[in-house]
Design a protein around this ligand. Structure first.
Ligand code: ACO
Length: 335
């Protein structure tokens, strides 16, 4: 009997309409287009409108992925929403998305910050491989601009909003070949939102002292990312017995162009095979990897048999790498 594997059969994405350019940020904090571009590679990012929340972006990405997969909502056995910016603390964003989509399957949120999509891929593919689900809908969705301090130039220039979804289905094709995950909670203070949870409930003081916004030690995150990601990628490649030269694309979490370049150099991957769209999206957290996959797919840059390394890192600290064999036909070249 052939091994049961999880194959990506549908993808979709959603970016909010509104653009926030570096020029806009120049009017808000003491920064410059030149500083942001040279230190991060970001020119603009998309931000949610008033009244728009993480679940709204997730629903739109999921609808596209369901339609791309050619399945019915009733076919879905499990919904996983990777997010660190839920609509609210209770209920889960997954339940809100589930209701919008008219699903009846189990649904839950997963928080591994910017590594959320890779953690979610682990859960989704494990459920499929174990025979507990045939079809899983996985969406990475975040609205970090809702929790960024637009008075803090060290963080507010980095983040954008978005959602990216994938439908995974049981298959005899290889699909998700290997996944390596990691976490090191000792690094928990590198990137955090101190207030609003059970440790520090909201109070007038927490609001006044701006403790509901992201606090980040950018240098520490940078050093962690360029150490952890090449190591995880090598481990995932070894687990699926693939040489780095066989990769069609390295798809890293889109945090900073200098991090992407350093990772590529350390792994000896030519820069033209390292996906980058952060110039126009910024860091969209759990959405960044599925947005990248959707971008590659819809622009005709993926063909059946292509091997992808999806690699992420984020708060926690967490990291992960997955080797995925692409099996969908290139748009316009369907049989
Ligand atoms: N505009 C102008 N000057 C700035 C800005 C800004 N937007 N931000 C910082 N500076 C200043 C600093 O104040 C500092 O000035 P000083 O020397 O007078 O103190 C100077 O620029 C250098 O600051 P550094 O922090 O050393 O700058 P660096 O080159 O490290 O770049 C950055 C900072 C872009 C944040 C970088 O460290 C980085 O990208 N780190 C990784 C961040 C990341 O990926 N976070 C997301 C993780 S994923 C998740 O889970 C959400």
């Amino acid at each position: 009997m052939m091994a049961r594997s999880a194959e990506i059969v549908g993808v979709g994405s959603c970016l909010p309409e509104k653009r926030l350019t570096n020029a806009d940020l120049e009017k808000m904090v003491n920064t410059s287009d030149e500083w942001i571009l040279t230190r991060t590679g970001i020119s603009e990012r998309r931000i949610v409108a008033q009244g728009e929340a993480t679940s709204d972006l997730a629903v739109r990405a999921c609808e596209s992925a369901i339609s791309d997969a050619g399945i019915e909502p009733g076919d879905i056995d499990l919904l996983v929403v990777a997010t660190s910016t839920p609509d609210m603390l209770l209920p889960s964003t997954a339940c809100l998305v589930q209701a919008h989509l008219g699903l009846t399957c189990p649904a839950f949120d997963m928080n591994a910050a910017c590594t959320g999509f890779i953690y979610g891929l682990h859960t989704a593919s494990s459920a499929i491989e174990a025979g507990r689900a045939d079809v899983v809908l996985l969406v990475g969705a975040d609205t970090l601009t809702r929790v960024v301090d637009f008075k803090d130039r060290r963080t507010c220039v980095l983040f954008g909003d978005g959602a990216g979804a994938a439908v995974l289905r049981a298959s005899e094709n290889p699909g998700v070949r290997s996944i390596v995950l990691g976490a090191d909670g000792k690094g928990n203070s590198m990137l955090k939102i101190p207030a609003g949870g059970s440790a520090m409930p909201a109070s007038p003081e927490t609001v006044q002292t701006r403790l509901h916004f992201i606090q980040m030690n950018g240098n520490e995150v940078f050093k962690f990312a360029v150490r952890a990601i090449p190591r995880a990628t090598r481990a995932a490649l070894a687990a699926s017995e693939i040489d780095v030269s066989e990769l069609a694309w390295l798809v890293p979490h889109q945090a900073n162009q200098r991090i992407l370049d350093t990772i590529a150099d350390r792994l000896h991957v030519p820069h033209e095979r390292v996906f980058s769209n952060l110039a126009t999206t910024g860091n969209t957290s759990a959405a960044s990897i599925p947005l990248a996959i959707d971008d590659l797919y819809t622009s005709g840059r993926l063909a059946p048999g292509n091997l992808l390394a999806l690699v992420g890192f984020g708060a926690g600290v967490t990291w992960g790498a997955a080797i995925v064999e692409w099996t969908k036909a290139t748009p316009g070249k369907e049989a």
